[in-house]
Design a binder for this molecule. Structure first.
Ligand code: SF4
Ligand code: SF4
Length: 438
């Protein structure tokens, strides 16, 4: 029997600066751009298959990509207009995927296929969620319809709503609670009802007192609902950390949350569930935090999916200085973009743009064996030993050190006084293990 690692939660974690500069910026709806680039790969799993051709007229909510497998999600047109082309392009994750390019007509005519789904039981609820194109909106992008249909459903009793939003700068989930808190509660009620759950726990970091107060008021008197105040220590929003903090349960190595009776959903995903069930409008737009010292007017914006980063930044007043680094997501776990031509996808929650000075990599020095990276690691890993095993290409030792548990949260790099790229080394070690296993 495989030995399972006991996950060790760090007492320290990483005390990252919050920089929630846009927390009081009410979401502004960005006008539809002239052209959108809608990717068929906006989720974990098989990409969707484009089902439209050049020249076809589309309306908002029309299916333009069908799910490409069991773990997949359909993709809908976010605009009305005409398909300009179906191309292959490089995405923010570095992979190539089909992209449907649509020239918008500015009318945003809604498809006649958009209507509230008929839901009567768990099976029809799951089917409706699959049809909606919903994927984890917190950044993970796992198809929600698959998540809500675990094999051991009768053993699952708890929905944990991830509203920690522990990454610096990002305030999109905070705005979801402040502007659409009712949708979050109603969406949670639907998930609770159709999955026959007894508990709903909304986990929010302590640095969002107004959201905590609002969600407590909205859930007051609701059976099975709790709002959990989490310490403001990064990475509270990491799934396994969140589950342990809110339920006291530990997800075994290699297992899914359902193994301990829990389903985790991002707070914006839960809010979407309610809106979709009422209107039938699939996932065609996204709230984003746009911030960084190279953005003229940082704010929260709602954009149609497929809008380019360039168009979003232009809407936010353009660049205030030459961009040195553009990030899709937060500074800890987000992906650096090669340019601003990339389209916004379903799971994107932020665009951060920094000038050359902030983007400059710190000068690294030799490891002083201080152990801070070990203390900060939420998975209890030892990056120093792992780096050593990688340097001698010892795959067995890397396995013995549970290297594959690394979730690339970046806490180790953040706390390192020698400014070593510790998380990057962890990524390389995981890649080495994967290749060695082939
Ligand atoms: S990046 Fe990996 S090793 Fe570093 S703190 Fe996060 S989980 Fe631990
Ligand atoms: S935090 Fe940096 S200097 Fe300290 S042990 Fe880890 S890698 Fe070495």
């Amino acid at each position: 029997m495989a030995v399972l690692k006991k996950l060790v939660r760090s007492a320290e974690g990483a005390h990252v600066p919050h920089n929630k500069n846009t927390e009081n910026c009410e979401t502004v709806k960005m006008p539809v751009p002239k052209r959108v680039y809608v990717s068929m790969s906006q989720h974990i799993g098989a990409p969707a298959k484009a089902c439209v051709k050049k020249g076809v007229e589309v309306k908002v909510g029309d299916v333009i990509g069908t799910a490409g497998g069991f773990i997949s999600a359909p993709v809908h047109s976010s605009v009305s207009g005409k398909v300009f082309s179906v191309d292959e392009v490089m995405l923010t994750n570095g992979r190539k995927a089909q992209v449907v390019v649509i020239d918008t007509d500015g009318l945003q005519t809604v498809s006649e296929n958009v209507k509230a789904p008929e839901v009567t039981d768990h099976a029809s609820f799951v089917q409706a969620i699959k049809d909606s194109g919903l994927v984890g909106l917190g950044g993970a992008g796992f198809p929600t319809g698959v998540k809500l249909d675990p094999q051991n459903l009768d053993e699952v009793d708890t929905l944990v709503i991830n509203a920690a939003e522990c990454e610096p700068y990002i305030t999109a989930d905070y705005r979801e609670m402040m502007e659409c808190g009712e949708d979050v509660v109603e969406g949670a009620k639907l998930v609770k009802e159709y999955l026959n759950l007894s508990k709903v726990i909304i986990g929010i970091e302590a640095n969002k007192p107004q959201a905590i107060e609002k969600m407590k008021a909205l859930t007051s008197g609701l059976e099975g609902f709790t709002v959990a105040t989490l310490p403001s220590v990064y990475p509270q929003g990491a799934e396994k950390v969140l589950i342990e903090q809110t339920t006291g349960k530990e997800v075994p190595q290699g297992a899914l949350p359902a193994a301990v009776g829990v389903i985790v959903m991002n707070v914006a995903s839960v809010g979407f569930v309610n809106r979709y069930m009422k209107t039938g409008m699939p996932l065609v737009s996204k709230r984003l935090t746009v911030d960084g010292d190279a953005v003229a007017n940082p704010q929260n914006v709602e954009v149609v999916i497929g809008t380019t980063v360039k168009d979003v930044v232009e809407f936010c007043g353009g660049y205030s200085q030459e961009p040195g680094k553009i990030i899709s997501g937060g500074p800890m776990m987000g992906a650096a973009l090669a340019n601003d031509e990339m389209p916004v996808m379903k799971q994107n929650n932020a665009i951060l743009v920094f000038g050359a000075e902030k983007a400059k990599l710190p000068e690294e020095s030799p490891c002083i064996r201080c152990g801070r990276c070990i203390n900060a690691c939420p998975m209890g890993l030892s990056p120093v030993e792992i780096a050593l095993a990688l340097s001698v290409e010892d795959a067995d030792e890397l396995k013995a050190l549970f290297t594959d548990l690394c979730m690339e949260c970046g806490s180790c790099s953040f706390v390192c006084p020698a400014k070593r790229p510790v998380a990057q080394t962890m990524r390389e070690a995981k890649d080495f293990m994967r290749k060695a296993a082939k």
